[in-house]
Design a protein around this ligand. Structure first.
Ligand code: GUN
Length: 282
């Protein structure tokens, strides 16, 4: 068997076209969605992310506001900036790029964002809303994975799903989203026993462990759908958490790295900004 390749790059491009159309429709009502990105310090990976977020925000016709603070900024200054962005009606979405410098309390910073503008879906209110089935801002990477899964499989109800990874950004919200779609969800992590056996029972595997080529082809149930969230640097190449070369002969469908989940994250950030704008404007 050779797995179908799940083209996240094309899916994300299509999603951005649909978002741009909705932004153009809002424009006619005099509304331009605005996304503010806050970058503290000079982490090179974060700089790349924030730059490409800004570019894609403008490409769909939204306003992009960038705020760069030095690594030694006192937390009070960052909280004051967030307060101003919360109060600014031109700003519909706020994201503070993580990780933050060591002197900052990440949860205090995230929870200072107006939950209605929290396009990352990291605010404790949005986490709680997602967990209790209420309308929430949903974290972008798992939202992108869910869109790809629904597109591939249709109804996820009754499917057995294994999420490998328990981070607040990917693993936990991914499990909540799959549960909301009535999948039977198992969360595995670095201490899980018999992981290969758990994998072999899963119709859906979402790998978000941050270890290159961790999931082996012979762990995968033939025909399963495999979503690889991993982005691991190997020299000048990027490789996923799944051993693509063995997995592609067993899986029914699989995301490549790069070009799978990665492009979906920013597209979903724009989708969340549009949702926040629509909710703010009734
Ligand atoms: N750092 C790594 N991933 C993310 C993300 O999705 N959002 C933010 N704000 N920071 C990140």
């Amino acid at each position: 068997m050779t797995a179908r390749l799940i083209d996240g790059k094309a899916f994300a491009a299509d999603l951005r076209v649909r978002i741009a159309r909705e932004v153009a429709a809002l424009e006619k009502r005099g509304i331009t969605p605005g996304l503010a990105a806050v970058l503290v310090g000079d982490n090179p990976a974060s700089q790349v992310y924030v730059r490409s977020k800004g570019r894609m925000t403008q490409e769909v016709g939204m306003n992009s506001f960038e705020h760069r603070l030095s690594a030694d900024t006192p937390q009070a200054d960052l909280l004051a900036l967030i307060g101003r962005l919360n109060a600014d009606s031109a700003v519909n979405g706020i994201l503070v790029q993580l990780p933050l410098p060591r002197q900052m309390d990440e949860s205090a910073v995230i929870n200072a964002i107006d939950p209605a503008k929290d396009v990352d879906g990291f605010h404790i209110q949005n986490v709680g809303r997602l967990a209790t089935g209420q309308k929430a801002m949903v974290p972008c990477t798992p939202l992108g994975c869910l869109m790809l899964l629904r597109d591939q499989m249709g109804d996820l109800s009754g499917k057995s799903a294994l999420v490998i990874g328990r981070s607040n950004i990917v693993g936990k919200p991914m499990a909540q989203l799959l549960l909301r779609d009535s999948a039977t969800v198992t969360i595995a992590h670095s201490r899980t026993a018999n992981l290969p056996d758990l994998c072999r029972q899963a119709d859906i595997i979402v790998a978000a462990v941050g270890q290159p080529c961790f999931v082996q082809g012979d762990w995968i149930k033939p025909g399963a759908t495999v979503i690889d969230v991993g982005i691991n640097r190997a020299g000048d190449r990027l490789i996923g958490d799944v051993d693509f070369d063995t997995a592609r002969h067993v899986a029914g469908a699989i995301t490549p790295v790069p070009g799978g989940v990665g492009p979906m994250t920013i597209a979903c950030l724009l989708a969340n900004t549009l949702t926040a704008t629509a909710r703010a404007n009734g």
